[in-house]
Design a protein around this ligand. Structure first.
Ligand SMILES: NC(=O)c1ccc[n+]([C@@H]2O[C@H](COP(=O)([O-])OP(=O)(O)OC[C@H]3O[C@@H](n4cnc5c(N)ncnc54)[C@H](OP(=O)(O)O)[C@@H]3O)[C@@H](O)[C@H]2O)c1
Length: 329
């Protein structure tokens, strides 16, 4: 089978397509033929060796989709399945254990989620990480219907999922940001109304304009860097910012009076190491019904062939597309 592997941290070019034997499923395990896998920002962090992680996987990839080739009664041969970013013992694929960037995967049945007929393979491959992360942020921020939400980066996987989930769960106002006029047009074409184009307006001005100066109750911050300080400043009294990512940088500065005078809070969220099965299900239960009904769906920016994996990573990281990037096996 084809497997995308790397031996030591480095640039995109360390990724190599190699031939490996098809894994043999252990007792109770199922075998899945992977059809599409997603490319995520963290794959780049792991490959470049900048994750504070003693273990480095050989195979990257948090999530994907495939067809059962050795099944059981509930998940028979031929069934299409989404491959969860979580292993059965709560680890994230492609970070602490080998990931999905390989043609066949032996997995526990509980690591697979059956796909409804109305959902495409591409949508399923792009779904778990972004939507789980965004929902975990909403949960962490004590979201209830009627609250206003700013989800940064409409074109980012997590940001876009945050917009869709906040809307679907009854947020009073949903606001987002984009880094360019081109992305603002793409966001509006998807029906996203409250877009702050950061090439012409600051978050502070944009949020003030869109909330009559009140600020937002919740920020989902998947961007980090300088925008985090600005987003903190845009919170309403008692607002909560949940930080989950750092595409734009790992440090920020903020005005302490935003915390002192407005009683705001900043919380952190990560998928890795925080979810047992019970905690996981509290998130899946909020997103799967919406996904199965077609009320939320990931935006796909581009699909690359497995041979083009280095280009796929470069495209995600350097070109900042609007939507998710996939690899087709
Ligand atoms: N901790 C966790 O468990 C977890 C889970 C999921 C994701 N994450 C992290 O969250 C972050 C976002 O994930 P994602 O999947 O949404 O990523 P993504 O699809 O690559 O989107 C990131 C977005 O950030 C914006 N951005 C602003 N400044 C940027 C910069 N200097 N470089 C790159 N992008 C920049 C871009 O939008 P504009 O071009 O419009 O500015 C881009 O669309 C990543 O750091 C990822 O590792 C963490």
């Amino acid at each position: 089978m084809r497997s995308i592997e790397f031996k030591a941290p480095g640039g995109y070019e360390v990724l190599a397509l190699v031939d490996r034997p098809i894994p043999k499923p252990a007792n109770g395990q199922l075998l899945v033929k992977v059809t599409f896998a997603a490319v995520n920002a963290v794959d780049n962090t792991v490959r470049s060796g900048t994750l504070s992680n003693k273990y480095s996987p050989v195979v990257l990839g948090n999530e994907g989709v495939g067809i059962i080739v050795k099944g059981n009664i509930d998940l028979p041969v031929g069934k299409r399945v989404m491959i969860s970013c979580f292993t059965a013992n709560g680890q994230i694929r492609g970070i602490y254990v080998n990931g999905v960037w390989q043609e066949y995967l032996a997995v526990e049945p509980s690591e697979l989620i059956p796909i409804e007929d109305n959902i495409s393979d591409e949508e399923a491959a792009a779904f778990p990480v972004s939507f789980f992360s965004a929902q975990a942020c909403l949960n962490k921020a004590d979201f209830t219907p009627g609250k206003s939400v700013l989800a940064l980066a409409a074109g980012g996987g997590v940001g876009n999922a945050g917009i869709q989930l906040a809307k679907a769960h009854g947020a009073s106002t949903v606001i987002t940001t984009v880094g360019s006029e081109k992305k603002a047009k793409m966001a509006r074409a998807l029906g996203i109304k409250n877009v702050i184009d950061l090439s012409i307006e600051t978050i502070t001005d944009g949020v003030a304009r869109l909330t009559d100066g009140k600020g937002v109750d919740i920020v989902i911050d998947s961007v980090g860097g300088a925008l985090t300080g600005e987003a903190i400043h845009s919170l309403a009294r008692q607002g909560i910012l949940v930080a989950i990512g750092y595409s734009a940088g790992r440090t920020f500065s903020a005005n302490i009076t935003d915390f002192v005078w407005k009683g705001i809070q900043m919380r952190g969220q990560s998928l890795n190491g925080w979810f047992d099965r019970v905690a996981e299900n509290k998130v899946w239960d909020k997103i799967m019904p919406l996904f199965n009904k077609g009320q939320i769906k990931p935006v796909i920016a581009k699909v690359f062939r497995a041979e083009e994996v280095a280009d796929a990573q470069r495209y995600l990281i350097e070109e900042r597309p609007f939507g998710k990037v996939l690899i087709k096996f």
